[in-house]
Design a protein around this ligand. Sequence first.
Ligand code: ZN
Length: 103
Amino acid sequence: MGYKLVCLDCQKAFNLESDFVERAKQSEKCPECGQVAIRYLHRFRPPKKSDDKAWEVVRFLYENGFAYHRHITNADRSGYEKYPETMREAREFVERMKFQNPL
Ligand SMILES: [Zn+2]
């Protein structure tokens, strides 16, 4: 399973080398702006750079402790909770998850 480095400022995701040694050499900084970026599982599908609303959701979830690497399994056999796509869904998601995954 690979990782992506996600910069919330640039609204961009960068693929990380899946090879462990190569990965260790890469810093956790955004290659473009040099700010600290966040490591997400490969499953994360970054919104388009211009999709500010979608990135707002990503930021909101991150600030509430729900980065993608903490993605939570749920009861319905799909295995993974559908990740919120709008701010409304995101707020509901955070409310719901508070009980399952206290911060
Ligand atoms: Zn950046």
